[in-house]
Design a binder for this molecule. Structure first.
Ligand SMILES: Cc1cc2nc3c(=O)[nH]c(=O)nc-3n(C[C@H](O)[C@H](O)[C@H](O)COP(=O)(O)O)c2cc1C
Length: 317
């Protein structure tokens, strides 16, 4: 288990998003999906959910068509504000009593306080060798590798334009990044994250009421609905989760893979984030993202065929 997946939080959130997509696709096919999460309990070897489909007269869910077009957009966004009607619609999706809570973060004091916390987390991401190793395991620098694996992060989708390839190639070796950090590279990356946040007209924070596997799966379902609604409204979105991921590391394994300097910084960041939103360790940190209006992304991550996953499911049974 890597530092980006601590507590299996990201896989559970992703499973929640898949469950939501299946339920939406069922509505397209004239079915209603009834979902039972962790029918055999919450341990790691048990299935996350069973879905039962029944015929239904209900119309197709209006979010279904946006499964195909939803995309992460890492460009800089314009200052055009997000209409309040859309903020309200997102809040309605994100606030499910007993399950999830959604905080829309408009320009103002909370956003001004949050931006440097997110920037510091992004800086840490570039200063920790383990985080670097895990990140570069996911980055696809070469087109052939991208097309062969059809997973991971295409360097062209990272929003640095023509600079992306040479830059990420340069820092793909830890020794080179460590040296460049002495010249201020990681600090600049933190400032860049702050620029992305400050320049975006809205941020969204989604938390689950429980930091349990069920909490994260429920959070993943809601996250997916939020992202699809954002796509439906023609808005751009980018998850920015370094802050949440590192705080979860602190909660689960005391950030033992981090340097003691970073551990102390993360302890302070956690305190500040929890104070800003009145959170505690029982809450599950699901998603932090920026949204706004932007030119379409230059490149979209490839999708793998459904059969890959069905075969995997058969093999593991
Ligand atoms: C739990 C989770 C955390 C993520 N964190 C980040 C992040 O910190 N920064 C970022 O740029 N993208 C982040 N992403 C976006 C993924 O990189 C992206 O969804 C994936 O590469 C597929 O691309 P697509 O969203 O365009 O389909 C995150 C996605 C998920 C589900």
């Amino acid at each position: 288990m890597g530092i980006l997946d601590a507590g299996w939080r990201a896989p559970y959130i992703s499973a929640g998003a898949v469950i939501e997509n299946i339920a939406l696709a069922a509505s397209h096919g004239g079915h209603a999906a009834s979902v039972r999460c962790f029918p055999q309990g919450e341990d790691l070897s048990s299935p996350v959910a069973t879905l039962t489909l029944k015929d239904s007269d209900l119309p197709e869910d209006s979010l279904y068509p946006f499964i195909e077009s939803r995309v992460t957009n890492r460009k800089l966004y314009t200052h055009r504000p997000v209409p309040e009607k859309i903020v309200q619609a997102l809040s309605q999706i994100g606030n499910i009593p007993g399950q999830t809570r959604f905080f829309p973060i408009r320009p103002g004091p909370i956003k001004r306080e949050l931006a440097p916390l997110m920037g510091r987390a992004d800086q840490i991401r570039f200063e920790e060798e383990t985080a670097h190793r895990e990140f570069f395991k996911a980055v696809r620098l070469e087109k052939e590798e991208m097309e062969r694996t059809r997973d991971g992060l295409d360097v062209r989708a990272l929003g640095l334009g023509p600079m992306g390839y040479p830059f990420f190639r340069l820092i793909s070796k830890w020794n080179r990044l460590r040296f460049l950090n002495t010249l201020g590279l990681s600090h600049s990356m933190g400032l860049f994250a702050q620029l992305q946040v400050r320049g975006s007209p809205l941020l969204g924070l989604l938390v689950a009421e429980e930091s349990s596997p069920s909490g994260y799966v429920a959070g993943g379902r809601v996250m997916q609905r939020l992202f699809l609604k954002i796509a439906q409204e023609g808005l751009a979105v980018q998850p920015m989760t370094a802050l949440l991921v590192f705080i979860i590391n602190l909660q689960i394994n005391q950030a033992k893979n981090f340097s003691s300097r970073h551990r102390a910084q993360l302890t302070a960041l956690k305190k500040e984030l929890f104070q800003l939103f009145d959170l505690n360790d029982r809450h599950g940190l699901v998603m932090l993202f920026r949204l706004g209006y932007a030119a379409p992304p230059t490149c979209r991550s490839l999708r793998r065929p459904l059969s890959d996953f069905l075969i995997a499911a058969k093999d593991s049974s």
